[in-house]
Design a protein around this ligand. Structure first.
Ligand code: FAD
Length: 476
């Protein structure tokens, strides 16, 4: 399937032989070198869009083991793909051909949680939800939350510079991650760990590993600043009649909720219909063209609740919001979040989904959805949009029964051209991965892509790290 959809040629890499496997077994314990049938799950991505044919999965536990593995692979020119929780949505976490998978799942130790500074040091394979549970014990929270939290790794989050539901409050990982330790393609360990928010000692090399999707090195450890956990969380879920009102309600929320605003999401009617139907969730509101979720996180519940209730009343008085509910009951908040977080999973259950994750100016944020709906007509079952409107990030989805070349040619490169004309980003938060290298030029200048390539050559001259991903092929 992969080869039909994405014609790529296998690079000039070594083919794994018995001596290679024996070498890996000498670096790791034998049971941490997986071969045969058991490698299946590591070869296919979350949305089932890329299927590799790797026969070897390695599970290191220490930085030194990662270093030994890469040193050997580099000397033999064996291609590798780093894999975290394998929840990435751009086909970056699985092999395209027979690359060796380096699974970070056993590198899951939390080294230190400093409750005074809020700085947490851990290995990169800690599952986000587990990290959150651990830091909560010290009254801290991870400055990142996303629907895949039960499986994704903090190292995968760093490698994709994941955004998520609370970016509007805590900013992105370039700010929160204070340092990383990474292993380069030749096995060299780069200690770029730092315990300070303020550390202006020359070039900030850590940024090269945040969002480079395993193409420049394998992140083995990181230090992340975790803010104090909120004492009070409140949620408003509202129904809105049109997109202009979505925008004006967002503006009102920023003005009235100010520093306690921690999430602003938008969901269109069809997207909400998917999660409520497929996951059997009862929405507290009747049907509206748009829905919004506003979350506040603060330190005084009475104060926050009053602010959120006043905001909702004002929004309704101004006829911006047609109906809405405010709650701080955990079961009700969970249901509201589930309606948002389970849309991706629901779409996947309903058929094949072309998924786009784009940044667009808010003035044009939603218009691509009806434009695309008209363009694909009856060929698609559903064209819908939802996302982090507070961060100008739209998740655009085209659902059909199965992969369909006709629809594919109607949506790509159209979506990227459309985005580029509006000076948007062809990848807001999911990354470039395997799906989008050929569209990178829609968001990056030739000079910027050239410099990316020079850095790749410097750091991974044999191009063994995650080949076919992120950078466009040289002849493009
Ligand atoms: P993987 O999928 O395993 O890998 C992703 C990329 O990072 C690959 O290129 C891989 O090679 C590389 N990589 C992984 N670990 C390392 C490492 N230690 N060192 C070097 N490279 C590495 N994303 C968002 O940004 N915001 C969201 O709100 C969001 N919601 C999601 C909801 C659902 C239901 C799902 C399924 C996904 C969602 N995602 C979201 C996408 C995905 O969860 C994120 O991209 C996440 O950060 C990937 O983490 P992972 O550990 O699963 O990485």
């Amino acid at each position: 399937l992969t080869k039909d959809r994405y014609p790529v040629k296998r690079g000039n890499y070594a083919i794994i032989n018995d001596q290679d496997v024996a070498k890996f077994e000498s670096i790791l314990e034998k049971h941490r070198v997986i071969t045969g049938e058991e490698t299946q799950g590591y070869n296919i991505d979350w949305i089932g869009s890329v299927r590799g044919s790797s026969n070897v999965v390695l599970k290191p536990k220490t930085t030194e083991e990662v270093s030994e593995i890469l040193k050997y692979c580099n000397s033999r020119k064996i291609a590798v793909v780093p894999q975290g929780g394998n929840t990435g949505l751009v086909g970056g976490s699985v092999p395209v051909f027979d690359e060796v998978v380096i699974s970070m799942s056993l590198m899951n130790q939390i080294e230190r949680i400093d409750e005074y500074s809020g700085i947490v040091r851990c290995q990169s394979g800690v599952v986000l939800e587990a990290l959150e549970a651990n830091v909560r014990e010290k009254n801290l929270c991870v400055p990142l939350d996303l629907g895949a939290k039960g499986s994704c790794h903090i190292g995968g989050n760093v490698s994709t510079n994941a955004g998520g539901l609370r970016l509007i409050r805590y900013g992105n990982l370039h700010g929160s991650v204070l340092g990383v330790e990474a292993v380069l393609a030749n096995g060299q360990i780069m200690n770029l760990m730092s315990n300070f928010k303020k550390d202006n000692t020359g070039f900030h090399l850590k940024h090269l590993f945040i969002g480079s999707e395993g193409s420049l090195g394998i992140v083995t450890k990181l230090a992340i600043h975790c803010p104090t956990a909120p004492q009070a969380v409140n949620l408003a879920f509202v129904g809105v009649e049109n997109y202009q009102n979505v925008l004006d309600t967002f503006l009102l929320a920023k003005k009235e909720l100010g520093e306690i605003l921690s999430s602003v999401e938008m969901i269109d009617e069809l997207s909400l219909g998917c999660s409520t139907t497929m996951c059997n969730i009862q929405s507290p509101l009747q049907t509206y063209p748009f829905y919004m979720i506003f979350e506040t996180s603060g330190s005084n519940n009475a104060h926050d609740e009053e602010k959120l209730t006043n905001f909702l009343n004002n929004a309704m008085e101004k006829s911006l919001v047609a109906d809405g509910v405010v709650t701080n009951e955990s079961a009700k908040m969970k249901t509201i979040w589930e309606m948002r977080e389970r849309i991706a999973e629901s779409l996947l259950k309903m058929g094949y989904c072309f998924k786009y994750d784009i940044s667009l100016p808010l003035s044009h944020f939603y218009e691509i959805v009806p434009v695309l709906r008209e363009r694909v007509g009856d060929l698609a079952k559903i064209v819908c949009g939802y996302g982090h409107v507070g961060d100008s990030n739209l998740h655009l989805n085209v659902l059909c029964d199965s992969f369909n070349k006709e629809i594919y040619s109607l949506v790509e490169p159209f979506v990227f051209e459309y985005t580029s004309k509006l000076n948007g980003s062809v990848s807001a938060e999911h990354g470039i991965g395997f799906h989008k290298p050929k569209y990178l030029h829609f968001s990056k200048s030739k000079e910027a892509i050239d410099m990316m390539r020079q850095l790749k050559t410097l750091m991974d001259p044999n191009e063994i790290l995650n080949p076919y991903k992120v950078l466009p092929p040289l002849n493009k």
